[in-house]
Design a binder for this molecule. Sequence first.
Ligand code: F6P
Length: 343
Amino acid sequence: MTTIGILTSGGDCPGLNAVIRGAVLKGATVHGQEFVGFLDGWRGLVEGEAIPLDRPRVRGLSHEGGTILGTSRFGPFQGPDGGAENIARTLDRLGVDAVIAIGGEGTAAASQRLHEGGIRIVGVPKTIDNDLDQTDYTFGFDTAVEIATEAIDRLRTTGNSHKRCMVLEVMGRNAGWIALHSGTAGGAHAILIPEHPESIEQICEWVTSVRDRGRSPMVVVAEGFTLPGMAQAHSTKGLDGFDRPRLGGIAEVLAPMIQERTGIETRATVLGHIQRGGVPTAFDRVLATRLGMAVTDLVADGQWGHMVALHGTEIVRVGFDEALVDHKSVPEHRYQEMRIIFG
Ligand code: F6P
């Protein structure tokens, strides 16, 4: 009998519970595996804090947002009990044979290091930003895009009523996928992403042309976007000691600049963590369930150092090392294809 410890690490993401449910239901039914859940991401693994996870505990979870295990940005090499050797001892003590780590790029990098240190570990990719390479989509992204698109639809009606320009800031520290997809779905007049600089003059030209044909301009900006010559939004240190960009920066910088240069009254909205909360979309529930089920096969086959991923419509296996070679940015041609219809 193999006992597997599951953990969810990094920013939470709609669909995490569906992964846990898929893994426990399939693992127990098909492979005869047993499960525990480490609490608060790597912290629970490092400190040996785990709860039992059986079929009754995970039933009915596919629609629930957040993660029943809790999460944090704590790393497995942090603290006196961190590192592969200590973790191997902790796993031994708890009777856990293998680990399933559900997380983003940082989790994949840490998992690869632990794998090199001899830990039997496999992974499930997760990020609402959709910027993890070697997987076509990550669960949570579709939900975030739905929420951002709804926000655009809502901002449009109030913008139209007041003849204002509306600037919506969405998540996306290093990649503009949420901005690109929600802006496209919501018919934004300008989409601004970290991968592609645009000048304030160009942005104002788009805004003015929309106003000139009697419409209210809608600008969607990813939190990681910067104007040429502008410093990246300053970072703040979380309680976990990690630096991350301050949310709520760029829309509030752009809105007054647009208002001053175009004479159009402009308002900024920062969507923030609303994009990460609540129930996952059907697409994300299905993807997360399939990934959770498939990752138990990796354990059964002893294919350590790998994660499951979506290629087209199929769930495949990818080495952590392969997934870490590149960061999945929005390719220039994907941006240019939408830029044709801005303004
Ligand atoms: O990586 C996912 C993400 O949601 C980013 O888009 C965002 O910048 C960051 O997490 C926010 O992190 P936190 O919830 O720790 O403030």
